[in-house]
Each structure stands twice: as structure tokens, then as C-alpha cells.
Design a protein around this ligand. Structure first.
Ligand SMILES: Nc1ncnc2c1ncn2[C@@H]1O[C@H](COP(=O)(O)OP(=O)(O)OP(=O)(O)O)[C@@H](O)[C@H]1O
Length: 530
């Protein structure tokens, strides 16, 4: 008897181990896959594609009829290449480009003008990413092609479904409607932080008033076309953080599942409004056992826009102490000026794998920590021997600068506590760049995170807990807060660059956030000592 094909929407909130779940389900379905049908997995980045393929290969042999790739490569393989030419929509040779067509503001109708350019390019075989989606939809208008497409694919998995556009969803849903395929969509409505071009346009409701179309990940939860399944555990964060983020999720209340994180660190709000003080308060809280039980080895500094941290980074990291930077960043920075090589090119030019480079950096750390009287000339020799590369001498002035730089590195590192084995392995495996926009931090995690709002209005959007308002937030502002708050495992601090009002303070209290005001802290300490 033919097995009933049941399409599913898996709601997987932050830290729920959605990749693990995805892999598990792909393996299960691959066992039921007829050899003449395809199982396709759509991912949103090439690195996600690689991770999924690597993890699959550890468990099954990935046959020709299993496809893992981005939406664009999926559509090119299954629709554009086999049918585009036959239908006379594209020429033989295709060039795919990520070039974005931007029509000048002076244009009277930029939308139409852009379409004309994109169509002309496609006639010549040049396809932009956006056009690949439009073209695929056009191809699917042909009933014959639609039937063949539906017959070819038995299972379709879509990762990060919340970031799909409406048109992309319509293409996926074609397969479900064909009744020969099973579609498995995995995503988190609360982590939908699309960029502008993906936004649905406003329409008018039958009554004439402006309506805001909801994303399919929200509407599908109310329909019966897809079975809804929810991953209820959070394997990433402490109980306090899980409870905190639950207050902002519109469809899931997660359970704290990582019982290894036993610390009860409170979620903190730092009351300073100057970025420099905020960062310094955050770093002091990280090493204060009263607030943070274990010193976090990986820290994220998050904000909506890069510019929040830019000035701070320029003025502090170019000249002064880097004492709170991760160990490897300090040594990479040093090596970068020592050899005059860009930081991200170090492993390439020094001809070693990233992990090898990090191990050598540890040798540098130990050399500084176990050798109390470092001779700066000897240190240069040590670096050259350790990294098997001589520094190119470029004059006395530079030599003097390198000596100064070495002195600074020795100062920075000799004050550090020797990392124990456990922490070392964390640093070796989980090191990440610390300053990130919230968009960039998606999918990543750190031991601690500082999340800075540029003003009270932004903070209040992040703290919005009215489900309807969150659902209708067209600019993803509320959800940006959720993504940022759900990154840390152990310690979450929030701050705001403008003073906040009393009602906002009360709101923070309502959400069980502790307020940290360094001045009050000082007064308390002084009073206690009297
Ligand atoms: N079944 C599991 N048991 C124990 N730990 C798990 C399990 N699944 C995932 N983890 C761990 O939990 C953490 C979060 O998992 P992961 O990054 O896959 O979550 P996610 O669902 O992708 O979250 P986000 O959407 O926030 O990026 C990781 O450290 C991962 O190793």
C-alpha cells in the first residue's frame, strides 16, 4: 500500500538543535527513498550545505539522488537547466551572478525599469539571484513541467524556512500540492530577520484598510495543510536565559534541556549609557562571581548595526590594552603586525591549518607566562622559530614599533590566568570573532553576550511581549532582540545608549532582569566597609 505523505512544519526555536533534528529526519527519509526519486535539502548558506553534507556522510552514503544546496542551486538544477531552454525562456549558456540591479532614485518607476533590465539580461543568459526565483515560478506555470518536477522529488527539506520569501514558499508548496512529495519545513518564526528586499509588500484587505500579510511560517500554524511539530527543548542556554527568552516567543515555551549549565547567573541590565563604560561594566561582571559563576571564554558584543561599536573598536583596539579580547585574537593581531600580514590571511601565508596556528599561539601564551624575564630580541627569534617564518626587516623604525608591540602583548598576556584544559579546548574549538551585528550572530553562540540598544525605543521593541505586535512587526525589530538574547549559553547582559525611563526600568524588573548600576554598587560596598 502507498505510504501517506505528510508534509510538516517544524517550529524550532533558538538552541533547539535543529540541525541535529534535520540530519535525523533526512537519514530516516533516505531509507524510504525510491532510487528514481530525489531527496532535496535546501539550505541558506554554502557553509550550512557543507555542514549538513559532512554530518550526513558520517551516517549514510550520500547517493546521487540526495541533493543538498542553496535555493538557487536547487532551482537551477531541478527547473532552470532542464526546462528553461526547452520553454524558450533562457539561451543555452547561462551565467549566474549575485550582482544586484539597482535603479537610480531619479527613475519614475524603478520597479518596472528594474524588471526590464533583468529580463533583457536573462535573454542573454545572465541570471541574477532574484531572477532565478521569478524564472522558476514562470517555468512552473507550465502544467507538464509542474507534473514532472513533482514526480522527480519525493522529499524536500527546507532549513531556515522563516527567511524564505512568499514566492519561494509557493515553489515548495507546489510539491506538497502535487501529492507525490513530502515537504518538511524547519524554521523559527521568532528568528525571521529578513533584509528589506524579502519583505512582503503591503496589500489591502477586502474592507479596504491596509493589511500586513503574514509570513507563511505564521499562517501555516493556523491551517491544516502542514502537520505542525515543535522542538520543545533548548540545549544551548542556562535555565535563566531560557525563561527570559520564552517571554518573547510567540509560539513556543521551551524547556531548559542543557542540565550541564548549572549556573544561575541573572540576566543583567547595565545602566551606563556610554559604550566604553558599558563594555567595561560587562567585562567586570563577567569576572565577578556574584553575577557570573564561570568566567566566559567566548563573548559576543552585539548590536543591530556595526556602527554602534565602530568608534569604540577604532579608538581602543588600535592603541590600547586588549585585555578582554579572546586569547587567540590578541596573538593573531600581534602576528599580523609582526609579519605584516592581514589577520585573515595568517594561516594561508604561514601555511598551516587554523587549528595548528591556534596550537602555536598557545605556545606563545605559555612562553610569555612561564618566562618571567622576556628578552624582546629573543622573543622575535622565538616567534620566527615557532611559526617557521622569518620577519622581513623593513627598517629601524618598524623594528622599534615591533618591540613596543611585543611589550604590549607580554603585558596583555602575562596578566591572564593560565587557561585550564577544559577552557583551552573551548578556546580551540569555539573561538569566534566577538563584535557582531545581530544579523551576523544568527546561528552562532557564545558563553556570554552583551546586547546594546541604540536608544530606548529600540530596547522597547526588543522587550515587546505582545504576540500580535510581534507578529505584525514588519521591520523585524522585535525579533532582532530575540535572536540576540538567545545567543549566550551562560550570561546575558543588556544595555542602552540613552537613559531609560522609570516605566522601562519597571518593565525590565517584570521580566526578571537585574539592574546593574555601578555607582550604586560602589556606594553599597563603601557602606559595607564602614
Ligand atoms: N539533542 C541534543 N542534545 C544535546 N545537545 C544538543 C542537542 N542538539 C543540539 N545540541 C547542542 O545545543 C546547542 C544549540 O544547538 P544548535 O546550534 O544546533 O541550535 P539551533 O536550533 O540551530 O539554534 P539557533 O536557531 O538559535 O541557531 C549546540 O551547542 C549543540 O551542540
Amino acid at each position: 500500500m502507498k505510504k501517506k505523505l505528510n508534509s510538516t512544519l517544524i517550529i524550532a526555536a533558538a538552541g533547539s538543535g535543529k540541525t541535529t533534528e534535520l540530519i535525523k529526519q533526512i537519514i530516516e527519509k533516505s531509507r524510504e527513498l525510491p532510487p528514481d526519486k530525489f531527496l532535496a535539502v535546501i539550505t541558506y548558506t554554502n557553509s550550512a550545505t557543507n555542514e549538513i553534507l559532512e554530518r550526513l556522510q558520517k551516517n549514510i552514503s550520500v547517493h546521487q539522488n540526495i541533493f543538498v544546496g542553496t535555493i538557487h542551486s536547487f532551482l537551477i538544477k531541478f527547473l532552470i537547466k532542464p526546462y528553461g531552454k526547452v520553454l524558450g525562456l533562457v539561451p543555452n549558456e547561462l551565467i549566474i551572478t549575485d550582482y544586484e540591479i539597482n535603479v537610480g532614485k531619479s527613475s519614475s518607476n524603478p520597479f518596472v525599469e528594474k524588471n526590464i533590465i533583468v529580463n533583457r539580461l536573462s535573454e542573454k543568459g545572465v541570471l541574477t539571484y532574484d531572477y532565478i526565483i521569478t524564472l522558476s515560478k514562470k517555468i512552473l506555470d507550465n502544467e507538464n513541467v509542474k507534473k514532472r518536477f513533482c514526480n522527480r522529488i519525493r522529499y524536500l527539506f527546507v532549513d531556515e524556512f522563516q527567511d524564505s520569501t512568499k514566492t519561494q514558499f509557493e515553489i515548495f508548496d507546489t510539491l506538497r500540492k502535487g501529492k507525490n512529495s513530502e515537504v518538511i519545513l524547519v524554521g523559527d518564526p521568532e528568528q525571521r530577520i529578513m533584509n528589506f528586499k524579502n519583505k512582503p509588500r503591503k496589500g489591502k484587505s477586502p474592507s479596504g484598510e491596509k493589511s500586513v500579510p503574514l509570513h507563511p511560517i505564521d499562517t501555516l500554524q493556523k491551517k491544516k495543510t502542514y502537520t505542525i511539530s515543535k522542538l520543545m527543548s533548548n540545549y544551548r542556554s542556562s535555565e535563566t536565559i531560557v525563561n527570559f527568552i520564552n517571554q518573547f516567543h510567540s509560539s513556543i515555551q521551551q524547556e531548559w534541556a542543557n542540565k550541564k549549565i548549572t549556573s544561575k547567573n541573572p540576566v543583567m541590565f547595565i545602566q551606563s549609557t556610554k559604550l566604553k563604560s558599558i563594555i567595561s561594566d560587562f567585562n567586570s561582571l563577567c569576572i565577578n562571581k556574584a553575577y557570573c559563576e564561570f568566567i566566559p571564554k567566548t563573548r559576543f558584543f552585539l548590536a543591530h548595526e556595526n556602527k554602534v561599536y565602530n568608534n569604540y573598536r577604532k579608538s581602543n583596539f588600535d592603541n590600547k590594552s586588549k585585555e578582554n579580547l579572546p586569547l587567540f585574537t590578541c596573538i593573531y593581531d600581534y602576528l599580523s603586525s609582526f609579519y605584516n600580514i592581514k589577520k585573515d590571511k595568517l594561516h594561508q601565508i604561514l601555511e598551516m591549518e587554523e587549528i595548528e596556528l591556534r596550537k602555536k599561539c598557545l605556545l606563545v601564551f605559555y612562553e610569555i607566562n612561564y618566562n618571567l624575564n622576556i628578552d624582546l630580541d629573543d622573543f622575535s627569534n622565538f616567534i620566527e622559530t615557532t611559526f617557521s617564518r622569518k620577519r622581513v626587516e623593513t627598517g629601524e623604525k618598524v623594528s622599534f614599533k615591533i618591540k613596543e608591540r611585543t611589550k604590549r602583548l607580554v603585558d596583555e598576556l602575562s596578566n591572564r590566568i593560565t587557561p585550564d584544559k577544559e577552557h583551552l579546548s573551548i578556546e580551540l574549538t569555539e573561538y569566534r570573532d566577538s563584535f557582531l551585528t545581530i544579523h551576523k550572530s544568527k546561528g552562532l553562540q557564545a558563553d556570554a553576550a552583551l546586547v546594546v540598544a541604540k536608544n530606548e525605543k529600540e530596547l522597547l521593541m526588543w522587550l515587546e511581549n505582545d504576540k500580535e505586535k510581534r507578529l505584525n512587526d514588519q521591520q523585524d525589530k522585535c525579533r532582532l532582540g530575540y535572536v540576540a538574547f538567545s545567543r549566550p549559553k551562560e550570561f546575558l547582559c543588556i544595555a542602552c545608549l540613552t537613559p531609560i525611563s522609570k516605566p522601562t526600568l519597571q518593565l525590565l524588573n517584570k521580566f526578571k532582569v537585574n539592574i546593574y548600576s555601578p555607582l550604586e554598587e560602589q556606594v553599597q560596598t563603601t557602606l559595607q566597609t564602614l
